[in-house]
Design a binder for this molecule. Structure first.
Ligand code: NAI
Length: 246
């Protein structure tokens, strides 16, 4: 068990990659905090984690609210007394080409994908500094390195995530806090399934492995980076993309 007794908050764990990552972390022995927007969704994920023998609690949070994030941290410490890992996985898209994108579309995506990561990262880093240990993992994307048609806002947000990842690795290494990101290619989740069929077909074609990724592929990457097996890895952005960017 790679993550035995580690306490991990996973944001956006109600769906897609976050949900599968929560399952993987439980199976690796972690105590998991399922953090997402809707209480009923959270409750059902916590139930399914407990069903497979996992130790999990759920806390509802909107990562764009610093008050919510403070509450999340306080409740986590109340339940488990420490915080070893955060996976900053919550993220949204709201696509439009540049000439049609509204300021609201731009701001909404930046608020969740950048401000949300900032809130969680800062609050977690304070706890981890006191502990003199911790791992922060951020959800980037291939789009954060290569851009993508129709995703000005999302590309800007994931570029921001990459910048925060590297900056925090530099600032927090002295406190024994490792900070890394995972950059998935196109993974079969509700977010990606909402993309136009034409775009999806193109993505499959471009992958050297001729398929979309599975959320499990990403969960495995997070589990590795969170574990002591990755104890000398910090400041990296791990591509898990089936070679789509080659
Ligand atoms: P998803 O849409 O299946 O799940 C995202 C979760 O985040 C949802 O449960 C949602 O309720 C939650 N969430 C959204 N806004 C929130 C907020 N303000 N506060 C708290 N929770 C919030 O998404 P998916 O596909 O699993 O993506 C997860 C992460 O991986 C995202 O950051 C995404 O950008 C990134 N990613 C996904 C890729 C893919 O192909 N699916 C590719 C590259 C990156």
């Amino acid at each position: 068990m790679k993550l035995k007794d580690k306490v991990a908050i996973i944001t956006g764990a109600g769906s897609g990659i976050g949900k599968v990552t929560a399952e993987k972390f439980c199976m690796e022995g972690a105590k998991v905090v399922v953090a997402d927007l809707k209480q009923d969704v959270i409750d059902s994920v916590v139930k399914s984690l407990q069903h497979i023998g996992g130790e999990a609690i759920g806390i509802s949070v909107d990562v764009t609210s610093s008050e919510d994030v403070q509450h999340l941290m306080a409740k986590t410490l109340e339940a488990f007394d420490r915080l070893d890992i955060v996976v900053n996985n919550a993220g949204i898209t709201h696509d439009a080409q540049l000439l049609k994108m509204t300021e609201e579309q731009f701001t909404n995506v930046l608020n969740v994908n950048v401000m949300g990561v900032f809130h969680i990262g800062q609050a977690a880093a304070k706890i981890m500094k006191d502990q003199q240990s911790g791992v922060i993992l951020n959800a980037s994307s291939v789009v954060g390195t290569y851009g993508n048609f129709g995703q000005t806002n999302y590309a800007a947000s994931k570029w921001g995530v990459n910048g925060m990842t590297k900056t925090w690795a530099k600032e927090l290494g002295r406190y024994n806090i490792r900070v890394n990101a995972v950059a998935p290619g196109f993974i079969s989740t509700p977010m990606v399934k909402s993309m136009p069929e034409k775009v999806l077909a193109k993505m499959k074609e471009r992958s050297l492995l001729q398929r979309l990724g599975d959320p499990q592929d990403i969960a495995n990457g997070y589990a590795f980076l969170a574990s002591d097996e990755a104890s000398f890895i910090t400041g990296t952005i791990l591509s898990i993309d089936g070679g789509v960017t080659l």
